[in-house]
Ligand binder design. Structure first.
Ligand code: NAI
Length: 344
């Protein structure tokens, strides 16, 4: 039996993993996040199952290695929270590259529609029997230009939805490809021409704070920004300034750079110490959800299924680990992986 420790477990995680259990993996569920203070809990386990806000720093990875943990199994797609350089040749890292791109793309559209049609305002008003529609004027999405940064699985799913709304879709991707109905442009052009900008690229060393004072300054007045990708793509202080100066018309955020100590927990009884977040939340044109874009039944089942298959495949000694990632993977020529063999 493979012994797995799951960190940052929520009731919906336990439910979905229990449903697909029975594959030689014995899971112990921990509510706490994995970080230097809690890593001791991983002693005696073969693998750790982790999520977006668990901390897989060099310090934590070295401890896991010392305890004999052989595999870090991410139950998410992004792996910016893992020091993949520190893990190289010590612990293999696997992820769930795709579980439901539509879940995230649909959430991005849900937030966009909520924002531009003021549904969040109307919902609160009618619950108080306030049936006034003053101040709720929105705008049509039809014929507007949406700029997508990162045309991967989620970006493509979002593009399809936007095309269905009769929008013009332009995109920037580091590795552009052919996507029907989508025009690929430089990142600067996409930011300059778009009425709505939606971020769907991973957070890497080179695009940290790609939306900042300078880039926001070149965007259309009244632009709507959607971020369902990673908080670190946006400088939150500059976003706030952009909203105050009315350069930014609205922001729909499912992620926030400093989310790790806040998101996924009930903090309603606490005094929020993050002044930038508090100010953003006070804005009528900011909608924030706490990293829930993935949260559909379909996505949770797919996450549990792929995570357990990744673990089984690794411990069965399979030579090919299709969902492995390492720091060399981006330059395919340098990585042994890319679906052919294990990364090391
Ligand atoms: P993907 O790997 O299919 O696509 C990412 C695309 O971004 C690729 O086409 C890649 O070439 C491009 N890219 C890489 N670096 C770039 C850069 N610097 N500028 C522009 N494009 C760049 O990934 P997928 O599945 O579409 O996910 C995208 C991101 O969405 C993930 O990295 C993750 O951060 C986020 N995500 C958020 C979720 C949520 O619940 N809010 C759930 C799942 C993913």
């Amino acid at each position: 039996m493979i012994k797995a420790a799951m960190f940052d477990t929520k009731p919906y995680d336990r439910e979905s993993f229990e449903k697909v259990k029975g594959r030689d993996v014995d899971i112990t569920y921990f509510d706490t996040k994995l970080d230097p203070k809690t890593v001791e809990l991983a002693r005696g386990f073969d693998t750790v199952i982790v999520f977006v806000n668990d901390e897989l720093s060099k310090e934590v990875i070295d401890k896991l290695n010392e305890y004999g943990v052989k595999l870090i199994a991410l139950r998410c797609a992004g792996f910016n929270n893992v020091d993949v350089r520190a893990a190289y040749k010590k612990i293999h890292v696997v992820r769930v590259p795709a579980y439901s791109p539509e879940a995230v793309a649909e959430h991005a559209m849900a937030m966009l529609l909520t924002s531009v049609r003021r549904i969040h305002k109307a919902y609160n008003r009618t619950r108080e029997f306030n049936f006034s529609i003053n101040g709720l004027v929105g705008f049509n999405l039809h014929d507007k230009t949406v700029g997508i940064v990162g045309m991967g699985k989620i970006g493509k799913a979002f593009a399809k939805i936007c095309l269905g709304f009769g929008m013009h879709v332009i995109a920037y991707d580091k590795y552009p490809s052919e996507v029907p109905g989508v025009e690929f442009l430089s990142q600067d052009e996409v930011l300059r021409q778009s009425d709505i900008v939606s971020l769907h690229c991973p957070l890497t060393e080179d695009n940290h704070h790609m939306l900042n004072k300078d880039s926001i300054g070149h965007m259309k007045k009244g632009v709507v920004i959607i971020n369902t990708s990673r908080g670190g793509l946006i400088d939150a202080e500059d976003l706030l300034e952009g909203i105050k100066s009315r350069r930014i018309g609205a922001a729909c955020l499912d992620v926030y750079e400093e989310e790790s100590d806040l998101f996924f927990d009930d903090r309603s009884g606490h005094i929020l110490q993050d002044d930038i977040l508090a100010r953003l939340l006070s804005m009528p044109n900011v909608i924030l959800t706490s990293h829930q874009a993935f949260l559909t039944r379909e996505a949770l089942e797919a996450i549990a299924d792929t995570t357990l298959s990744n673990i089984q495949g690794f411990f069965a000694g399979e030579d090919v680990l299709p969902n492995e990632v390492c720091y060399k993977c981006e330059k395919v020529a340098e990585c042994k992986g890319a679906g052919r063999k294990k990364c090391f």
